[in-house]
Design a protein around this ligand. Structure first.
Ligand code: CAA
Length: 258
């Protein structure tokens, strides 16, 4: 498929998607989100891909939903088109792990897109924020829900209500990002993490993602039960036999990813 707003490539077992609307700081318009969804569809259908990285440019991961498009919309427009949910939910529904490699601005929908990913690896230049309040709107792609889960209520309120930006060090301390690295190494770091993930058993990796996501959606007793069921299911996989045999034979495991 020919993409206009993103670049899509494969690096070994990792699918790499680069948001590519540099003149608008990767503002997330419908065309971009539709293409992102199509790229995710193709990576998810491909057994040769075990993990996905989404990145932007040096200056911006993404500066938010496209304000020039939104400026002309009224309530009926966004209600009828189910703006945000319609195509943005595709990222949330992904079953393979997605790492966001964030340099520069990750604002509004850009921060929300990063939070829909499973891991955020940040450059030391990264700036996170939910400045929608300045536009007379509020976060609409999960910012008021995922941010408090990631950084706690006080900091989420602070960011959403004052519109201030949070730098990479603060974001790591608050638990939003898992690693901070120098800007020139952020993509390499994310690809390295993705390659490590993609080297493991794909069904096991998917089960781990699904189980951790359950922690957000269910009480502890339900989550533990879900984990136990999936844990038991793992014992039916050839990859389990291979992983344990490899350990006992003191060699590297060769997973079939099936
Ligand atoms: N939508 C559309 N265009 C955008 C954009 C956005 N979110 N963010 C930046 N741009 C465009 C600018 O209009 C500008 O275009 P022109 O050169 O044609 O004028 C270009 O990108 C470069 O931007 P700036 O000149 O503003 O660059 P800067 O370095 O001075 O400032 C910035 C950078 C602080 C990120 C600033 O661009 C900014 O504040 N952007 C908007 C951030 C924002 O409010 N995001 C939330 C959007 S609402 C949302 O996302 C809703 C939701 O929950 C889904």
């Amino acid at each position: 498929m020919e993409y206009q707003t993103i670049l899509v490539e494969q690096r070994e077992r990792v699918g790499l998607i680069t948001l590519n609307r540099p003149k608008a700081l990767n503002a997330l318009n419908d065309a971009l989100i539709d293409e992102l969804g199509a790229a995710l569809d193709s990576f998810e259908a491909d057994d040769g891909i075990g993990a996905i990285v989404i990145t932007g440019s040096e200056k911006a991961f993404a500066a938010g939903a496209d304000i020039s498009a939104m400026a002309g919309w009224d309530y009926v427009d966004v209600y009828k088109s189910d703006f945000i949910t319609r195509n943005w939910e595709r990222v949330r529904r992904a079953r393979k792990p997605i790492i966001a490699a964030v340099a520069g601005f990750a604002l509004g929908g850009g921060c929300e897109l990063a939070m829909m990913c499973d891991i955020i690896i940040a450059a030391d230049t990264a700036k996170f924020g939910q400045p929608e309040v300045k536009l007379g709107i509020l976060p609409g792609a999960g910012g008021t829900q995922r941010l408090p889960r990631a950084v706690g209520k006080a900091k989420a309120m602070d960011l959403c209500l004052t519109a201030r930006f949070m730098d990479a060090t603060e974001a790591e301390k608050a638990g939003l990002v898992s690693r901070v690295v120098p800007a020139e190494r952020v993509l390499e770091e994310a690809l390295g993490a993705a390659q490590a993930i993609a080297s493991y058993s794909l069904p096991i990796v998917m089960m781990i993602k699904e189980s951790i996501n359950r922690a957000y959606e269910s009480p502890l007793s339900e989550g533990l039960l879900f984990e136990r069921r999936v844990f038991h299911a793992a014992f039916s996989l050839a990859d389990k036999r291979e992983g344990m045999a490899a350990f006992l034979e003191k060699r590297a495991a060769k997973f079939s990813h099936r």
